[in-house]
Design a protein around this ligand. Structure first.
Ligand SMILES: [Zn+2]
Length: 416
């Protein structure tokens, strides 16, 4: 039987969230330190205090990662679940002096952010707001991001812990908590100690709309094509010179326009020239190749190499070099081997009263990297919207739904 009763529960997710967003944890891509900015450890220390106050075992390591444990309250063995969120915020938008504002009982009105009245959150720009009538929306004040990405994930996990501790009858196995640093600059799991974590499965809390479940992401390669031409004195180049820049330009010009990031969405992939530099003799192009399937990725690479050959073959003496580097792979390949990880998450979302919506991420995630480090890890919703911008918003009710989802999810794992 399951029936966690949330009707009398005083959720703590909103008050926690409002506290966490006021600590500046903006990541810095130009720093080589870990964490890249000291504020991330300030938040880590606050979380450590709150975890200790709840009576939990918790530690912060030298990199700023916070690990904590909620012991199992079951007598039979239950797989160890990790819930994971990141403490840093995006470098794309200021995180200094965030002033969160709660807009109670939203009725569809424009949300004007007072510190810069030009920043207006309108329903026509964010159709997801149609589902938020009557809810309480939190925004920033107009000059900074809010930091719901991903402090909502942290607040949700902390409130779920608070629920379990105040409801010892609610069944769960051992829960491991991981709060990471520098996710926004691609270093989120660089220093994760999987031995220390010793979890069987993990869920990141970093997804968007209520009910969303992200269990797919791109397969990604980087291809570097170096085109070698033949240099000659321009006055005497007739019949001799082969201009590598012109060959490179022809390759790019012949890319199929429908396979570009600017022309694709949903489950389509692309071939994207990211960077070009060179001269007459040598020109180098960096391409990003993206597709949800590995064989699709390989097909795009063959297509691209065919275009390169075609141009190079037009000029005797011209040559090319091809380097293909794997970046990351679709977590679905790992999750398909552990179907219960996603199935239980769907069930938990349903028990929280929501419709699960599968979503494919057009990029990579920390969860994808963890999945290929042998820790299957889909991404669950937190309710965050318009992340990395001054118009970031989230509703308190959606965060509460995510707390409920975690409580249900742990029960499903404990009683399956
Ligand atoms: Zn995030």
């Amino acid at each position: 039987m399951y029936s966690p009763d949330f009707s009398h529960y005083h959720f703590t997710v909103a008050e926690r969230f409002l506290r966490y967003v006021q600590i500046n944890t903006q990541a810095d891509p130009f720093s080589s330190a870990t964490p890249s900015t000291p504020g991330q450890k300030d938040l880590g220390r606050l979380l450590l205090d709150e975890l200790h106050q709840m009576g939990l075992e918790a530690e912060m390591d030298a990199y700023g990662y916070v690990y904590a444990t909620l012991p199992s309250n079951q007598t039979h063995p239950v797989p160890v679940i990790c819930f994971c969120a990141h403490m840093d915020t995006s470098p794309d938008c200021s995180g200094e002096g965030v002033k969160p504002i709660v807009h109670r009982n939203y009725q569809g009105e424009d949300l004007v952010l007072p510190d810069d009245p030009a920043q207006i959150i309108r329903m026509e720009d964010f159709p997801e707001l149609q589902q938020q009538i009557g809810n309480d929306i939190i925004t920033a004040s107009g000059t900074t991001l809010l930091g719901a990405d991903d402090k909502s994930g942290i607040a949700i996990i902390m409130d779920a812990l608070h629920y379990w501790i105040s409801h010892p009858e609610q069944p769960h196995g051992e829960i491991r908590i991981l709060f990471t640093v520098d996710e926004e600059i691609g270093r989120g799991v660089d220093h994760v100690d999987l031995q220390k974590l010793r979890a069987d499965v993990a869920y990141t809390l970093d997804g968007e709309s209520a009910g969303h479940l992200e269990d797919e992401n791109f397969c990604a390669d980087q291809v570097v094509v170096q085109i070698h031409g033949i240099s000659a004195h321009t006055g005497y180049a007739c019949g001799k010179m082969v201009n590598a820049m012109k060959l490179a330009a022809a390759v790019i010009d012949n890319l199929p326009g429908e396979l570009s990031p600017e022309a694709t969405s949903g489950k389509q992939g692309f071939i994207h020239p990211l960077h070009i530099e060179g001269n007459v003799e040598t020109t180098t192009i960096h391409f990003l190749i993206r597709h949800f399937e590995e064989n699709g990725l390989k097909a795009y690479e063959q297509l691209l190499e065919g275009l390169v050959k075609q141009q190079v073959n037009r000029f005797p003496g011209a040559k090319y070099e091809w380097k293909c580097q794997e970046q990351y792979r679709n977590m679905k390949y790992v999750l398909d081997q552990h179907p219960e990880v996603v199935r239980y998450a769907e069930e938990a979302i349903r028990r929280a009263g929501l419709q699960p919506v599968h979503h494919a991420i057009r990029g990579g995630t920390d969860g994808a990297r963890l999945s290929f480090m042998s820790l299957p890890c889909p991404n669950l919703f937190t309710g965050q919207h318009a992340f990395h911008s001054k118009k970031e918003w989230i509703s308190i009710q959606d965060m509460q739904k995510a707390v409920q989802t975690l409580v249900h999810l742990a029960e499903i794992w404990a009683t399956r």
